[in-house]
Design a protein around this ligand. Structure first.
Ligand code: CP
Ligand code: NVA
Length: 307
């Protein structure tokens, strides 16, 4: 049984399969063709933080695969009344076939997985957001072809998205140029679980404009992630120079695309001109969450499919 708790949980070959399977699943969806590979299967979705895209993409995706979903939050389940995570895992995984969790610490999802009878998917933790990076890579390939050898500029917080980009670069052979304000750097140990990453898979830049030079993809995220709201005022000041603007996009390659996992704050981490401009692929990126997650759920439950 496989879980998907971090990007590094799958191999490069498995990603090759998933990305091509997601393309097939997307094509069938666009043609209104049925793809009921998970009929009678149930996905439990546990949200301890807010969500729009993750909820809609998993819920709609599971129905489109012929299955059904159960939606739980901290507030409306015993999770919010201190039932141990291990007990919750034992119970929920006896009644469902697959579990998606959005929570705070990675340790929480790991404890759940360790006590689960069924595969567990990370729908975002403080440390990682693997489903989003899977969608981002799928979107890049759709627009620009293979990502190996390309440069991704990460401008902003050294957060869950940044850590996951680093894992993906290590595994899939591209480079991430990282530029964060001082005090918000990526933590290499955390991003790579203490392992030494592939030489040159990421480079750190003080100046965000320098990080964008020659990039094939420029991407950013909110300055204050969920769970860090108390730091908001301090972060607004610290991140003021890390707003992706037209100068940064012009420093990148002419064919560079802009991505943002959303939700976005125009005028903070990105200008309206960039996110609403011709290089932005954010709406495809959001939609693709559903297609790649359908491929992922199918893969975790059925393995690789021949047709
Ligand atoms: N990008 C993303 O995960 O969005 P939600 O927080 O809306 O799920
Ligand atoms: N880094 C953001 C991503 C939201 C999808 C957060 O964790 O809130």
């Amino acid at each position: 049984m496989k879980h998907y708790l971090q990007f590094s949980d799958l191999t490069a070959d498995e990603y090759d399969y998933l990305l091509s399977r997601a393309a097939l699943i997307k094509k069938k969806f666009k043609n209104y063709e049925k793809h009921h590979t998970l009929s009678d299967r149930t996905l439990a979705m546990i949200f301890e933080k807010a969500s729009t895209r993750t909820r809609v993409s998993f819920e709609a995706g599971m129905y489109q695969l012929g299955g059904s979903v159960v939606h739980l939050t901290t507030g409306d389940s015993q999770l919010g009344r201190s039932e141990p995570i291990e007990d919750s895992a034992r119970v929920i995984s006896r009644m469902t076939d697959l579990v998606m969790i959005r929570t705070f610490g990675q340790d929480k999802i790991e404890s759940f997985a360790a006590h689960s009878r069924v595969p567990v998917i990370n729908g975002l933790t403080n440390e990682f957001h693997p489903c989003q990076i899977l969608a981002d890579i799928f979107t890049f390939i759709e627009h620009r072809g293979p990502i190996a050898g390309k440069v991704v500029a990460w401008v902003g917080d050294g957060n869950n998205m940044a850590n996951t980009w680093l894992q993906a670069a290590d595994l899939l052979g591209f480079t991430v140029h990282v530029s964060t304000p001082g005090g918000y750097e990526v933590d290499e140990k955390l991003a790579f679980n203490g392992k030494t990453p592939r030489e040159g898979c990421y480079k750190v830049f003080k100046d965000p404009l320098e990080a964008c030079k020659g990039a094939d993809l420029v991407t950013t995220d909110v300055w204050t992630s969920m769970g860090y709201e108390a730091e908001n005022a301090v972060r607004m000041k610290a991140f003021a120079d890390w707003c992706v603007d037209l100068d940064m996009m012009q420093a990148a390659k002419p064919e560079a695309v802009f991505m943002h996992c959303l939700p976005a704050h125009r005028g903070e981490e990105v200008t309206a001109e960039v996110i609403d401009g011709p290089q932005s692929v954010v709406w495809d990126e959001a939609e693709n969450r559903m297609h790649v997650q359908k491929a992922l759920m199918e893969f975790l439950l059925l393995g690789q499919q021949a047709d």
